[in-house]
Design a protein around this ligand. Structure first.
Ligand code: ADP
Ligand code: MG
Length: 232
């Protein structure tokens, strides 16, 4: 049994009866700073959702820290920022409230928020350069700032592994820089990062490993990224 953050063997995924991933053998090692590259429709989002157990495999198996997703309980160890998570509608929430919601996996009815929880929320807000915005309504921020809020929310839970699906798509330069700083901090702390990206941009020098998907298969796995870092 492996204790790697993610380990998939022979992974196959069908959607609407169509094969969108096949023959996936992928182990994400602790401390990996990994990019998942590839053209639109290649299966990148499907791959990370399957690794997280959000989509079932039709063949093969996958484990999170050595445990199949259905039996995994330590969800506080995993942070996930989905692709284009809609934040609009509903009751307006401040930036701080949204970020604090990322702490719930560490809290419980029996253990309400502590000063340690509040400090973790403050650190996540600070790390993404949102301190000045903490009291603002999250829904009214720009797209790039909202993406930073979602990353801060994932970081507030102090995950060992952070999974992000296209966090840089369409975000402004300041938000890209904030994300690059965050990745540098996570790398320094020995955390694991899996990031789907179309174009690594300023993140390229921070990425240590790039896996490329095409038509639902892994076509390259560069253990140290010396290529251009661009998806096709
Ligand atoms: N909810 C869904 N139902 C059916 N097919 C889907 C669904 N989501 C994605 N697909 C299909 O799966 C394939 C891979 O999609 P996706 O994983 O989103 O690719 P990527 O993230 O690389 O752009 C595409 O052909 C897409 O049309
Ligand atoms: Mg996608």
């Amino acid at each position: 049994m492996t204790r790697a953050p993610f380990a998939m063997t022979g992974g196959r995924v069908l959607r609407d009866g169509r094969e969108v991933l096949r023959g996936i053998d992928l182990t994400v090692e602790a401390g990996d700073m990994m990019a998942v590259l590839g053209p639109n429709g290649a299966g990148k989002s499907t791959l990370i959702k399957a690794m997280l157990g959000l989509i079932p495999l039709s063949e093969g198996r996958t484990e999170i820290y050595g445990t199949p997703p259905g039996r995994f309980r330590d969800w506080h160890r995993i942070g996930y920022v989905p692709q284009r998570l809609p934040m609009g509608g509903g009751v307006p929430a401040t930036v701080r409230e949204v970020v604090a919601s990322g702490r719930v996996a560490r809290q419980s009815r029996w253990r309400p928020a502590t000063s340690a929880d509040r400090a973790a929320v403050d650190r996540a807000i600070e790390a993404l350069g949102l301190t000045d915005r903490a009291r603002d309504t999250a829904q009214l921020l720009s797209g790039g700032q909202q993406q930073r809020v979602l990353i801060a929310r994932a970081l507030a839970g102090e995950p060992d592994t952070l999974v992000m699906d296209e966090p840089t798509a369409g975000v402004d330069v300041a938000s890209q820089a904030a994300l690059a700083d965050t990745l540098r901090d996570l790398a320094g702390a020995g955390r694991t990062v899996v990031m789907v990206a179309h174009d690594l941009g300023p993140m390229e020098s921070l990425i240590g490993r790039a896996v490329t998907l095409e038509y639902g298969r892994i076509v390259r796995d560069d253990p140290s990224l010396t290529v251009t870092g661009k998806a096709s």
